[in-house]
Write a new protein. Structure first.
Length: 286
């Protein structure tokens, strides 16, 4: 049973609107360019009459992925908290002082503690938000990993680092399976390269070409079928008692997380090739 947690609500969309407008202004001023493909997929999910929760999951290649990626969204998305994303953010990076804490909480970010595992209030809150029909976005690697750090297999194929198991728990404990949409980001690593020295590491490089690709929703059967081997002696549905910290529950969470990782990486290969770096072709704006 997920405990209900108190998180900022009400008029926080006004603060999110300000951040969104600032990101749109940065693009308009030519600091970078941003193109999006597949926006209609997200738009359809957000405005569906079924009111299912939405879970988007992407790679994480710079400290500006969020909120800059959302500058691709139409202005109307910023006018309601139900069409703006909630996300999880690291306590040791985003919540280091009262000013930052207030800013990120008002920006619909749930404070997450590294090393605390999948059973913590922010993950509970994410499940609650999905249950209420909201949109959650996850950077499931848990930290920034730029393409030049990806592992390369014997075929020369790059691979994303493993995803954290929180995404598995969120999907397994949501009362109704949300719409799950993979996303792929490119160019953000050239806007904010890692490894630069002070003070340059705090400033974006001008002229980066950013792309956001929104993939097709992952079929629900892909999630439920991957649970069958782990829960073969249980009813074939997502069940609450897998939330117990048992070996069986851990296997199930790992299986779900692996499916999400595979789908995000597959989208990355379609966009960026086997090196998972720059896009093979520029996506057209929707």
């Amino acid at each position: 049973m997920v405990a209900r947690e108190s998180w900022p609500s009400g008029n926080i969309w006004r603060d999110y609107l300000c951040v969104g407008l600032a990101c749109k202004a940065a693009i308009a001023l030519g600091i970078c360019s941003l193109r999006v493909k597949g926006l209609s997929t997200l738009d359809t999910a957000l405005h569906s009459q079924h009111k299912h929760g939405i879970l988007t999951v992407s790679n994480h290649i710079s400290t500006l992925d969020d909120p800059l990626a959302w500058a691709a969204l139409p202005l109307r998305y910023y006018l309601s908290s139900t069409t703006t994303r909630w996300t999880l953010g690291a306590s040791d990076i985003m919540f280091t002082n009262p000013i930052f804490s207030t800013f990120f909480r008002l920006g619909q970010t749930l404070e997450t503690f590294r090393g605390k595992g999948v059973y913590q209030p922010s993950v509970d809150a994410a499940i609650q938000k999905l249950s209420d029909g909201h949109w959650i976005h996850l950077f499931s690697e848990g930290k920034v990993n730029q393409p030049n750090t990806y592992s390369i297999d014997s075929r020369g194929y790059a691979h994303l680092p493993r995803f954290k198991w929180g995404v598995g728990r969120i999907l397994m404990e949501a009362p109704i399976l949300p719409v799950i949409i993979p996303m792929w980001l490119t160019g953000f690593d050239r806007l904010m390269p890692e490894g630069r020295t002070f003070p340059y590491k705090y400033f974006p490089r001008l002229g980066a070409e950013l792309t956001v690709t929104i993939g097709d929703p992952i079929p629900a059967r892909d999630i439920t079928s991957c649970l069958d081997p782990c829960l073969s002696n249980r009813p074939q549905r997502l069940i609450a008692d897998t939330s117990e910290a048992t070996f069986e529950g851990s296997k199930a969470r790992a299986a779900v997380t692996t499916i999400i990782h595979q789908r995000v990486e597959e989208l990355g290969r379609a966009v960026s090739g086997n090196e998972l770096a720059a896009p093979l072709a520029s996506p057209h704006q929707c």
